[in-house]
Design a protein around this ligand. Structure first.
Ligand code: SF4
Length: 209
């Protein structure tokens, strides 16, 4: 990454972290994927039950692999025979790994969801929610974050899962009501009532989409 972009991201991350603190959430800066993985593992005590929701960024820093191979109880919804039971177990997990579709410079987190297990677990349930967020996800404000979620993240996710939505074909949001829509629920996390529940590691890299 260009050194000026790195420097700009470093400065911007300070602003995002201050915004998170003002919202009773905790932010951390990681200069690269390796630092992000180290910090994430520091935040997950050994023996914890861990699950995840659509966390491509957690995969990209090696966190999912590390948890699966480490001394943790990883609840793997993809492999579970009873997916509903695994989904319900996720709400009682010690740690929920996730990414954001977008974030604002002042620390608001934006996610959209089709099945809605991800946004519901962010809102409540797991004792700790650990976001891994690349600096490519940071937007000026909630409006910009919503636009990013619907015009960048959603079309790519729709293509990734082979969904029949207009955005999968056009690359941008057509505000559809398609049966396959992944825009069933929008979650804007602007404050956490529970201190020490929501943690965000900002990674100075392009992660996820
Ligand atoms: S509303 Fe429909 S077209 Fe728009 S991003 Fe969501 S799934 Fe795609």
């Amino acid at each position: 990454m260009n050194e000026n972009i790195v420097k700009r991201n470093e400065l911007l991350a300070k602003k995002v972290i201050a915004g998170l603190e003002s919202r009773n959430m905790t932010g951390y800066y990681a200069a690269n994927k390796e630092e992000a993985l180290k910090k994430a593992l520091e935040l997950i005590p050994e023996g914890s039950s861990v699950t995840m929701g659509g966390a491509m960024s957690a995969h990209e820093i090696g966190l999912v692999e590390a948890v699966k191979n480490g001394n943790y109880n990883f609840i793997d919804r993809d492999k579970a025979e009873d997916k509903r039971a695994a989904m319900l177990a996720a709400y009682d997990a010690d740690v929920f790994l996730v990414s954001a579709n977008a974030m604002t410079e002042d620390g608001v987190i934006v996610n959209i969801d089709g099945n809605s297990n991800r946004v519901s677990a962010i809102a409540q349930g797991p004792k700790k929610v650990l976001f891994i967020v690349g600096m490519n996800k940071i937007c000026d404000d909630v409006d910009g974050a919503m636009k990013r979620a619907r015009n960048v993240a959603a079309p790519i996710n729709a293509q990734r899962f082979g969904l029949n939505t207009p955005c999968a074909k056009t690359g941008s949001c057509m505000n559809c009501k398609s049966p396959d829509t992944i825009c069933c629920q929008f979650l804007i996390t602007r404050f956490s009532r529970h201190k020490d529940r929501i943690h965000v590691i900002l990674v100075n890299d392009n992660l996820g989409f």
